[in-house]
Write a protein that binds this ligand. Structure first.
Ligand code: GDP
Ligand code: IMO
Ligand code: MG
Length: 421
């Protein structure tokens, strides 16, 4: 039996979706345990191209069962649309997807408040996805949340009434329009009817799976440095993203989480506000254009930077990464020189990520190493040996800095564009 967590070692969008898709083949269960539909995981395989927000990315493997743990927050319409979209692509989810009744629901007021909070902060805004993530987790930990289990009685109606009384006061005070009880009630009761076949307590299934030696793949959403506690607060997301979250979010004792795959982009990206020490701001440069990406959830342009080894090293330590899945090495092809940040300094002294807060991280001096690039197209490479010598050195340099092996190397967005070592 193995329990393997797949986590992003940077600020999200490292390519977790692709990794989970190709790792899922041997898995009995693939599970989401944190975050919500702020996640956008891209999967490109024989069924097509998908941007998935809630359903685990390993669902394409035909013998794999998808689980959405109680640690995940759910916008029901997004889940319904995603199930429908997958159904149309030939991925039937009936009896193959189970959603915990403990999971909290994103309500219309959460999305409204997310927007209002962001606007109030002005230039200091977090740059959230505006999916209601901060407000729904705030309600969860302040005992104001609404869960699927509430729909099995009139608890939903009782709790919604109280919440609307509170939330409408805030919304009106901030210049918004009050929500109407009956329309929200009817809308969410409708969602429950549609999603009821998928809602089931996961406890026995997970415990039984652990006892009988089943393989679990745990798919993190966001990345290590968006973690509420260890990320660049307040420029973070509202859930714990490090592997320990899988324990609470799914009901798996921590001692079972043995393998942790750190998905690491060959450079760095970030969406929204907050420090990015290696950021490239020369928007006309060749490298900026090469690294450029569009966010899978919001369509925003991702900020880009060189690979930051202090970030990767910290993620390995914090999350107990046992092996790295390096993604997007192909994107570096054609650069004459590649910069890599080997560490930080402040006032002439070495400083580590954890020694400074988000505002300090914005001011650290980055120490760069310049490495020679390669000109060959590597997108068809199938083995490590087939890579140009400078590409191999780049991979080895990451292994040395991180202290763990790079087991997979992504040379293209498709499932098969992956070198296994
Ligand atoms: P996630 O949120 O971690 O699942 O990552 P996203 O899907 O948001 O962003 C990763 C982007 O990189 C997507 O557009 C993927 O299709 C793409 N991608 C993943 N791995 C590779 C790779 O090895 N090479 C290239 N060129 N693209 C990749
Ligand atoms: P995946 O799973 C990248 C960022 C937002 C914002 C901050 C808070 O695809 O890697 P939130 O809506 O969560 O309150 O926004 O977190 N963010 C992500 N950035 N990838 C993600 O998910 C993200 N999910 C949230 O851009 O800066
Ligand atoms: Mg993403």
């Amino acid at each position: 039996m193995t329990v393997t967590a797949v986590i992003g070692s940077q600020w999200g969008d490292e390519g977790k979706g692709k990794a989970v898709d190709f790792l899922a083949e041997k898995m009995d269960y693939v599970a989401r345990f944190n975050g919500g539909n702020n996640a956008g995981h891209t999967v490109i395989n024989e069924f097509g191209t998908f941007k998935i927000h809630l359903v685990p990315s390993g669902i394409f493997a035909k013998n794999t069962i998808g689980l959405i743990g109680g640690g995940v927050v759910i916008d029901p319409q997004v889940l319904i649309d995603e199930i429908e979209m997958l159904n149309q692509a030939g991925i039937g989810l009936n009896g193959r997807l189970w959603v915990s009744p403990r999971s909290h629901l994103i309500m219309p007021y959460h999305k409204i408040l997310d927007g209002l909070y962001e606007e109030a902060k002005g230039a200091g805004a977090t740059g959230t996805t505006r999916r209601g993530i901060g407000p729904v987790f705030a309600d969860k930990v302040s005992y104001n949340g609404i869960r699927w289990t509430d729909f099995t009685s009139d608890m939903f109606e009782q709790r919604l009434k109280v919440q609307l009384e509170l939330k409408n006061k805030i919304i009106i005070a901030l210049g918004g329009e009050a929500l109407k009880y009956e329309s929200v009630r009817a809308e969410y009761r409708g969602y429950y009817v549609k999603l009821k076949p998928y809602i089931k307590e996961l406890f026995s299934l997970v415990q039984e799976g652990l006892k009988t030696g089943k393989n679990f793949l745990l798919e993190q959403a966001m990345g290590t440095f968006l973690d509420t506690d260890w990320g660049t607060y307040p420029f973070v997301t509202a859930s714990t993203t490090i592997p320990s979250a899988a324990s609470a979010g799914l009901g798996i004792p921590p001692r079972h989480i043995i393998n942790v795959i750190g998905v690491t982009k060959a450079y760095t990206t970030r969406v929204g506000g907050g420090p990015l020490p290696t950021e490239i701001k020369d928007y006309d440069s060749e490298v900026y254009k090469k690294f450029g990406e569009v966010a899978a959830t919001t369509g925003r342009v991702r900020r880009v930077g060189w690979l930051d080894l202090e970030i990767v090293r910290t993620a390995v330590e914090l999350s107990g990464v046992t092996e790295i899945c390096l993604t997007k090495l192909d994107v570096l092809s054609g650069l004459k020189q590649i910069q890599v940040c080997s560490g930080y300094q402040m006032n002439g002294l070495p400083v580590r990520y954890a020694d400074v807060d988000a505002y300090g991280l914005d001011k650290v001096e980055t120490i760069y190493q310049t490495l020679p690039g390669w000109s060959e197209d590597i997108s068809k490479a199938k083995t490590f040996e087939a890579l140009p010598v400078n590409a191999r050195s780049y991979v080895k340099m990451i292994e040395d800095a991180a202290g763990v092996p790079v087991k997979w190397i992504g040379v293209g967005p498709e499932r098969d564009a992956t070198i296994r070592r």
